[in-house]
Design a protein around this ligand. Structure first.
Ligand SMILES: Cc1cc2nc3c(=O)[nH]c(=O)nc-3n(C[C@H](O)[C@H](O)[C@H](O)COP(=O)(O)O)c2cc1C
Length: 434
């Protein structure tokens, strides 16, 4: 809806003394505010990874909400790194034209747009993603999916370095304003960082210097292709959350982040956990999510594991509700330690829902910017509504979106919140108002 002059005056007064709505630099890029849309897999591509009108629509709404920086869901850099069906790919030049259409839709509304580049490593159910094989730093079986990966040879690591750089170059050609390497949540780059999944004894294992080598080589390869000014940021864990296994604690992850800053990354975004951790990544409640997961993303689990999941679902739900209740800014438990050692921006994701909580996180120096995922799935205009202190559809952390992930589009599946969202979109002219 058009803003009247009186409303514009109110908005300006509203944001005048706000840190959240003050500019921030990421590399050479200046963004007008510090609330971003984090990566959430869209699950709207074709089966072979091409962008569709549904992907364009998903991002058009976020851009219409004036979101200053949108990060795509994870995009696979090579076919064997695909983690789910209907995931976007940047593994071949024939994907550039489709990606460019998505970028143009965002740019038409003035937003900046980063592509998140990923290889899933061992975190895949190969039959679900139609992946031929699973790779990892070492051949450590994934306890959740039961997937047994092959350890990458040095030649294969070099092949993947080139895949990441090629994918970044394709994204730049498609018009993206920057890329984010996904090194959080237990995917391939995270598997290289973590001693539990990286048991190598060559130049890519052992010391932190070695376990960050793959990341640094990818960055160098991207810089060699795209120059020093193209923003490259990294998402990583603030804690691995792998009790009884050799996961990384915050101090060790800060050491890795310092190496990333020295290597030339432009910002870090802090998340938490691997698949094997359970659900610290998406604190909330788990009835809806787990109910859908058994027949959704987990429907290709080997049958004995699926039966276990079915039988123990009530217990897993209860335990998850107790262990990971929803709370705002839960990764602020880790970000202050990153802020202490880094000069590049530290972005905190996790549970943010209200303007006051986001303002406080930045004002208290716990992070430089915040990002949100589920809040934007419930309300694509979350940024504008937050800025203008208007109440939009409010995510209740039910994790229905997570339960459906991969099997169906990432969408709000909470009946009441979804009804609010549909009503709001109808009022705002829906996609027709593009
Ligand atoms: C449906 C869904 C899909 C997600 N896909 C991705 C992804 O592709 N890449 C990624 O880094 N994180 C992904 N995440 C994790 C989010 O980036 C974020 O860390 C998490 O949702 C917590 O933030 P929130 O409380 O603001 O939702 C996903 C989360 C959800 C709910």
């Amino acid at each position: 809806m058009p803003v009247t002059p009186q409303q514009r005056r109110e908005i300006l007064m509203n944001t005048e003394n706000s840190l959240l709505f003050s500019p921030i630099r990421i590399g050479q890029l200046t963004l007008p505010a510090r609330l971003f849309k984090t990566a959430t897999a869209e699950t709207r591509a074709t089966l072979d990874g091409f962008a569709t009108p549904a992907v364009v629509d998903f991002y058009t709404l976020l851009a219409r909400g004036e979101t200053p920086l949108i990060i795509t869901g994870n995009i696979y850099v090579s076919r064997d790194g695909k983690s789910a069906p209907m995931q976007l790919g940047a593994d071949h030049d024939d994907k550039i034209a489709g990606l460019a259409e998505v970028v143009d839709a965002v740019h038409a509304h003035g937003g900046k747009f980063f592509a998140q580049l990923n290889h899933c490593g061992r975190q895949v159910i190969p039959r679900f993603a139609q992946s031929p094989v699973a790779y990892s730093a070492s051949n450590v079986k994934d306890l959740l999916t039961g997937t047994q990966p092959q350890a990458l040879s040095v030649a294969e690591i070099q092949r993947f370095v080139a895949c990441y750089a090629d994918a970044a170059a394709r994204c730049q050609r498609a018009g993206f304003d920057g890329v984010q390497l996904h090194s959080a949540n237990g995917y391939l780059l995270s598997q290289f960082l973590t001693p539990y999944t990286n048991r190598r004894t060559d130049d890519y294992g052992g010391s932190m210097e070695n376990r960050t080598r793959f990341h640094r080589e990818i960055l160098q390869a991207i810089r060699a292709r795209l120059g020093p000014d193209f923003p490259v940021i990294i998402k990583m864990n603030g804690a691995d959350w792998l009790p009884l296994r050799d996961g990384l604690k915050t101090g060790q992850l800060v050491d890795a982040a310092v190496m990333f800053e020295r290597a030339g990354f432009d910002a870090v975004e802090i998340s938490v956990g691997h698949y094997e951790s359970g659900f610290p990544m998406v604190c909330g409640t788990f009835e809806l999510g787990l109910r859908h997961m058994v027949d959704g993303s987990m429907r290709y689990l080997p049958e004995p594991r699926r039966t276990l999941l079915r039988v123990f679902r009530p217990l897993v739900t209860l335990a998850s509700n107790l262990l990971w209740p929803g709370r705002q800014g839960y990764n602020l438990d880790y970000t202050p330690q990153f802020k202490e050692k880094l000069s590049i921006p530290v972005i905190c994701v996790g549970g943010f829902r209200t303007r006051d909580a986001m303002e406080a996180a930045i004002a208290e120096g716990k992070c430089d910017a915040v990002s949100a995922g589920r809040a934007f799935i419930a309300d694509p205009f979350f940024y504008r509504h937050t800025r203008d202190r208007q109440l939009g559809p409010r995510c209740v952390d039910c994790n229905g979106c997570v339960g459906h992930l991969g099997a169906q589009p990432a969408e709000c599946y909470h009946p009441t919140v979804k009804a609010d969202k549909d009503a709001m979109l109808a009022r705002e002219g829906g996609l027709l108002a593009r």
